[in-house]
Design a protein around this ligand. Structure first.
Ligand code: FAD
Length: 431
């Protein structure tokens, strides 16, 4: 990976300037050293400060350089596994806990934004609309909404028909959908940078362009070594998600997640007529195909994302495919130019759930958000610190008693391509 590569994202272009990065060039001490400067790492640092601990965050490139600065900014309670499946396989009580954790995650972002006075991230609880691409998908959405209502007393979901979804989105591509009011949108990079500012203001230290190259025990401390300095810490949190293979220091968790490229495009500013009919309520929207697409407005532009770029690097054909899908879903955008294209890595896991646990008695890990981590990584970063400190936070099914390497990890790239192809096939035949 090229450590200087920056995606040409709308977020980067619209984010205010940040303080010049500070590189670690000396030996420092920390109560907890955090590897990774995304939402997981930054929320962990904030939680450490709340607990009276001194955190040091080490980021290989820049704050928000990973998925946290590149994502779609959809803040939601969802897991990649449905609550009815969780209830079926793990029982109703576990499903209730997971439902509560999802809502806690959403509340965590809201509390960050309000408590830290994060105004330039534009967080708004606008709701999220899941749009069904066929009748089978709509039936599944309705069943899931009814489960949430009946089992968990969740009143935040409303079932919509095809006309209502057309009015909501401006697209005639869907047969119905389910609207959740317990969701919102955010400017992802501004959120990450504001969290970093709060860490610095609270006395935590952040070093950028300071990749951790090695991690070694030394007495009652763990020493993290960078190119020009080192941190001796009582505890360590690995928060590197889809970027866990940058150096050998995070090798024990690397094999527990499969990095999967996720891509986004942004249109040029839309005229008033299009703005009035496309997504007039300014929510976030996702669809039910397995190779899911999602979309939302951002200012006067439209953003469209999807799992399209399968390789380790960006590919022009994946962006073309995304643009084709956008214009098929919204034929009224046929003449609209795409001005921004970018992508990032999400971390998939075998059971589609995030993983939080201890590697050894001093080192924790929290990663594997399966592309739905804006809210969940905010919460899990905090709970991971509580776990490291010896508490028993509720981690639901995400709690692991150690890293669980994925079998046949060396086959991950062909496997990702195979699964993506299979999903596209199922989508095409309407399953
Ligand atoms: C294109 C895209 C769209 C997405 N859209 C959404 C969405 O709309 N809603 C949603 O909920 N989720 C979305 N996600 C997922 C979400 O962004 C992630 O789940 C979340 O940001 C994970 O945060 P994190 O802090 O765990 O990891 P990251 O933000 O990826 O941070 C990991 C960091 O670790 C650093 N690092 C790695 N190795 C080292 C090392 N050795 N030393 C120091 N630093 C290191 C990396 O440089 C990186 O900055 C999207 C992701 C992508 C890529």
């Amino acid at each position: 990976m090229n450590a200087t590569e920056h995606p040409r994202s709308l977020w980067r272009e619209t984010a205010p300037l940040t303080p010049a990065p500070v590189v670690l060039t000396k030996a420092v001490k920390a109560d907890i050293a955090i590897i990774g400067g995304g939402y997981t790492g930054l929320n962990a640092a904030l939680r450490a400060i709340e607990r009276g601990l001194h955190p040091v965050v080490l980021e290989a490139v820049e704050i928000g350089w990973g998925a946290s600065g590149r994502n779609g900014g959809v803040v939601s309670t969802k897991f990649r596994v449905s609550l009815s499946d969780i209830a079926k396989h793990h029982g109703l009580e576990t499903a209730r806990r997971m439902h509560r954790i999802g809502h806690d995650a959403m509340d965590c972002v809201e509390r960050n934004v309000e408590g830290l006075g994060i105004t330039d991230a534009g967080f708004a609880r606008t709701g999220n609309l899941r749009c069904a691409h066929n009748d089978l998908a709509q039936a599944r959405l309705v069943a899931e909404a009814e489960t949430a209502r009946d089992m968990f007393g969740d009143t935040s979901l409303t079932i919509l028909d095809a006309d209502q979804v057309r009015e909501e989105t401006g697209s005639g591509d869907f047969v119905g959908g389910v609207l959740s009011t317990h969701a919102g949108v955010i400017h992802p990079l501004n959120y990450a940078r504001a969290l970093a500012a709060a860490v610095r203001a609270g006395g935590g230290e952040i070093f950028e362009h300071s990749a951790v190259l090695a991690r070694k025990g030394n007495g009652d401390r763990t020493v993290l070594t960078t190119a020009q300095g080192e941190v001796a810490a009582r505890h360590v949190l690995i928060a590197t998600n889809g970027y866990s293979d940058i150096t050998a220091a995070t090798a024990p968790v690397r094999g527990t997640v499969i990095p999967f490229r996720s891509a986004m495009i942004a249109t040029e500013p839309l005229g008033p007529n299009l703005r009035a009919t496309l997504m007039p309520h300014g929510r976030s929207y996702s669809e039910t195909r397995r190779m899911m697409r999602w979309f939302r407005p951002a200012g006067d532009r439209m953003l469209f994302g999807g799992r399209g770029a399968f390789g380790r690097e960006d590919s022009a054909s994946a962006f073309q495919e995304l643009e084709r899908a956008l214009k098929e879903m919204f034929p009224q955008l046929a003449g609209t130019a795409i001005t921004h294209r970018w992508s990032g890595l999400v971390a998939m896991t075998m059971d589609s759930l995030p993983q939080v646990g201890m590697l050894d008695e001093r080192t924790g890990f929290a990663l594997g958000y399966n592309g739905a981590g804006v809210a969940m990584s905010s919460l899990m970063g905090r709970r991971a610190v509580d776990l490291i400190q010896g508490d028993k936070p509720d981690l639901g099914l995400m709690e692991r008693d150690g890293p669980k390497p994925i079998p046949f990890y060396f086959l991950r790239e062909p496997a990702v391509r195979f699964v993506a192809g299979w999903y596209q096939f199922l989508d095409r035949i309407g399953r």
